[in-house]
Design a protein around this ligand. Structure first.
Ligand SMILES: [Zn+2]
Length: 390
């Protein structure tokens, strides 16, 4: 299956470059960026903001390929000149990449360069991955990912050197929201007065947490979602089955990374646990709840948080399903089947309380409270709430 992935990305890339016919917001924005790249009027610091699976990185890489390509660029980067070939293997000397990393045990510090190998592998697979994919790739567990001040110093050093090929130096900061404040501050001067022929391309899921001084120095683009036909085509080329692809298209909101995960897994990660849990709570099955608390505990903190997010999503969707408004429900086919049955137990008499309790529990997990305790405590409350009559 994986062998087709690179080509899927390539085909999406080509379609973005070529299809002026598609008048979508996404293409309109890309065409306007491309015009600035081709006329060399693009401001030296750009930031692409939005869920990472919407392809801000893919755009950034495409800009780098445009700037570096020495061949015929009438239809996008030529793909055959030496610079294009260096890009294909992820080794163009004037493309620098910075991304969040973690500090491995026993190391004093960690910078992107230490994890270039996994990054190249990830990029060879596809350019539309998000932080969840990257965490999985690095096998980080619960470790924090960040861009450190040491990394920022490294950026300043690298960019002060002359370009190898004598042309543009491109620095991509992917996951820029993970810039630590001291790292962001260290970059301010070079962002303000960059060396000649240097372009900064920041890709961020959100600008929350980024200093205003950084945001004010970049030209910002809110990356629109991928069009449905683009997602469909990429998933198809990657060889996914038709049914999960339908689920993915309905649920991904133009996010290629989310779409790929939905299409690749037969069920939502939290679905089985959620169903078991709700049944046990409704049936006041104390023993079962204790077993599920152990399963929950074993998930680890990141997955525990994700499970509560999922539980919140499912709980809200049960209300929508309760209205019989199937077209508005954002659920996979099997989730919808459950929601339709379970919806009668979640109603206006208990839904806001359930939501509050789930949010409180998620906050406790984020605050490092013991997972088993949070789950058991929450289960008691959910049990009571599920038995409030409609
Ligand atoms: Zn080329």
């Amino acid at each position: 299956m994986e062998s087709g992935v690179n080509w899927a990305t390539m085909s999406v890339m080509k379609s973005e470059v070529n299809t002026a016919i598609d008048g979508s917001p996404r293409n309109a924005m890309w065409n306007s960026i491309l015009e600035q790249v081709q006329s060399e009027t693009l401001a030296h610091a750009q930031m692409f903001v939005g869920p990472l699976g919407r392809g801000g990185l893919h755009w950034a890489l495409d800009i780098a390929r445009h700037l570096h390509c020495s061949g015929d660029k009438a239809n996008g980067p030529c793909g055959v000149c030496p610079a294009c070939l260096q890009h294909v293997i992820g080794q163009h000397p004037d493309l620098h990449m910075t991304f969040p990393v973690f500090k491995p045990p026993g190391k004093d510090y960690s910078i992107s360069e230490h994890m270039l190998g996994p990054m190249r592998e990830q990029l060879a697979l596809n350019e539309n991955f998000d932080m969840q994919d990257w965490r999985a790739k690095l096998n980080t567990g619960n470790k924090q990912l960040f861009i450190s001040v040491r990394e920022a110093a490294e950026i300043v050093r690298k960019l002060s050197l002359t370009a190898h090929a004598g042309g543009w130096k491109v620095l991509i900061i992917w996951g820029a929201e993970a810039l630590r404040i001291d790292a962001a501050n260290k970059l301010l001067k070079i962002l303000e007065e960059p060396p000649k022929k240097t372009v900064f391309l920041l890709v961020a899921a959100t600008t929350d947490g980024l200093p205003a001084t950084v945001i004010s120095r970049v030209q910002r683009w809110n990356v629109p979602p991928y069009e449905e036909h683009q997602v469909a085509r990429a998933l198809q080329v990657e060889g996914h089955e038709a049914a999960p692809v339908e689920d993915a298209l309905r649920l991904c909101e133009g996010d290629m990374a989310v779409a790929r995960r939905i299409a690749a897994s037969p069920a939502s990660a939290g679905f089985a646990l959620y169903v078991e849990w709700m049944r046990a709570c409704y049936g006041r099955a104390g023993q079962r709840i204790t077993e599920l608390a152990a399963d929950f505990h074993d998930l680890g903190r990141e997955d525990q948080k994700q499970f509560f997010d999922y539980a919140l999503h499912m709980t809200r969707q049960c209300i929508v399903a309760g209205y019989g408004a199937d077209s508005l429900v954002r659920l996979r086919a099997e989730e919808l089947a459950f929601a339709n049955k379970f919806a009668r137990f979640i109603h206006h008499g208990n839904v806001s309380k359930m939501r509050d309790e789930l949010e409180k529990a998620a906050a406790e997990i984020a605050g490092n409270v013991y997972g088993r305790t949070v789950f058991l405590d929450l289960s008691m409350k959910i049990q009571a709430l599920l038995h409030i009559p409609q």
